[in-house]
Design a protein around this ligand. Sequence first.
Ligand SMILES: *[C@@H]1O[C@H](CO)[C@@H](O)[C@H](O)[C@H]1NC(C)=O
Ligand SMILES: *[C@@H]1O[C@H](CO)[C@@H](O)[C@H](O)[C@H]1NC(C)=O
Ligand SMILES: [Zn+2]
Length: 242
Amino acid sequence: MISYILVILCYFTVANSFVCTDPEIVTRDEWGAKPPTDVENLTLPVPYVVIHHSYIPAACSTKEECINDMQWMQKYHQQNNSWCDIGYNFAVGGDNRIYVGRGWTAVGAHAPRYNSRSIGIVLIGDWTDILPPESQMLAAKQLINMGIRDGYISENYKLIGHRQVRETACPGEALYKEIQMWPHWIPNPDEEVIPVVPLDKEDLKPDPREDPDASLASEDNEIKRHSSTDKDESTSRSIKHT
Ligand SMILES: *[C@@H]1O[C@H](CO)[C@@H](O)[C@H](O)[C@H]1NC(C)=O
Ligand SMILES: *[C@@H]1O[C@H](CO)[C@@H](O)[C@H](O)[C@H]1NC(C)=O
Ligand SMILES: [Zn+2]
């Protein structure tokens, strides 16, 4: 009887990992998202998945905390960065839930030149020195597998970290080492980019939230969790192949 149930619930994914149920999805309505001010549609399926950390806010471990982080990041991206919406397509919380950002079909603002060809996934937390919990990373991998299964992510997609396409510490040293062992990671995405990809209208400068160098250093954790500074960095060094 038990094995019969397993057969129903579990399947081998394209990535050859054994996945049973989909992670719990928290919709925009559930986390109280503000409407996007504009939406641009992705061409599906996308060939890239880009992995991020949030750096700020720090890891969340309950739905309430993660919802708070989603609202804060959306507010930051809309008000301080003047973006249409929260930059990421999805966020994975330390509660192992998936929080819908721009979702599967909208172009994000998270990785210049890749926004219109990728799904951007942030694992909420600062993964410079430590890894996210296994369960949070599993939820991220399950999300990718859902995307492949449902036709949003190409079966032969390429996985990269944010720092591979712009000068940033994101997704943090520890997580960046880790994702190099995930299925489909590639070392040199720029070699594969068509040189004439137009610039994105959003995301022309690094998101100061994600970066220790660009963020407001503060001894106070409460402030560190909820404040950072917008540093006007030149875009030229991050756009190498225009
Ligand atoms: C984007 O897709 C939605 C449905 O998925 C559609 O209603 C809308 O017209 C599309 N927008 C553009 C600009 O193509
Ligand atoms: C973000 O924008 C709000 C409202 O425009 C402003 O009050 C706040 O100081 C900004 N925060 C940062 C860190 O720049
Ligand atoms: Zn990033």
